[in-house]
Design a protein around this ligand. Structure first.
Ligand SMILES: CC(C)(COP(=O)(O)OP(=O)(O)OC[C@H]1O[C@@H](n2cnc3c(N)ncnc32)[C@H](O)[C@@H]1OP(=O)(O)O)[C@@H](O)C(=O)NCCC(=O)NCCS
Length: 148
């Protein structure tokens, strides 16, 4: 890995919205049934969630949606611009999310990796995350939102 690069994190502002959506698409994080604009608006409206944006030289190069449910913390949309990956920015991005959670008294972070994205397992493992013997279950409590 090359030398870590400078990056500073702040909460997403209106002006950066489209850049973040573009970054998520570039990083392959969007899905047809998850409209990024809806997800961003929903997260920004919550008191216990934020979208952190990582900027280097004024340019957005990373992001993470972080939040907690009153018990555990979680992250979504963790990404580093493909042109800037493998330089330690992903580690810095997760550290920013962990700091955000610790500032709110949350001491454990659970995250979900899609089966088809198993390659990022090594990234989280390098950061000290462990595979948990759990079964993740979900239900579309609003069936109208369920993808066809
Ligand atoms: C996952 C992602 C954020 C990693 O960002 P990054 O800037 O390349 O990661 P870093 O350079 O900070 O790597 C941190 C550590 O993880 C390791 N690592 C990173 N990617 C890895 C991989 N695919 N397999 C194994 N280890 C990996 C690095 O070697 C490094 O280890 P070290 O610090 O011990 O040397 C980036 O690849 C990305 O945006 N991927 C696309 C979006 C995505 O899949 N997000 C995750 C959704 S769950």
């Amino acid at each position: 890995m090359s030398e870590p690069t400078e990056i500073s994190f702040s909460i997403l502002e209106d002006d950066d919205l489209e850049t973040i959506v573009d970054l998520w698409m570039k990083c392959g994080l969007t899905r047809p049934h998850n409209d990024p604009h809806t997800d961003i608006a929903f997260a920004r409206a919550q008191p216990n969630a934020d979208i952190l944006v990582g900027k280097r030289d004024g340019n957005i190069v990373a992001s993470v949606m972080v939040g907690h449910d009153g018990h555990r913390g979680t992250v979504y949309y963790v990404c580093v611009d493909p042109d800037c990956q493998t330089k330690g920015l992903g580690r810095r991005t997760m550290a920013a999310a962990e700091d955000w959670l610790q500032q709110r008294g949350v001491w454990k972070l659970n995250l979900v990796i899609r089966e088809e994205n198993e390659k990022v397992f090594g990234f989280y493992e390098a950061l000290g995350y462990e595979k948990e013997p759990r079964i993740l279950m979900s239900r579309w409590i609003d069936p109208s939102k369920k993808p066809a």
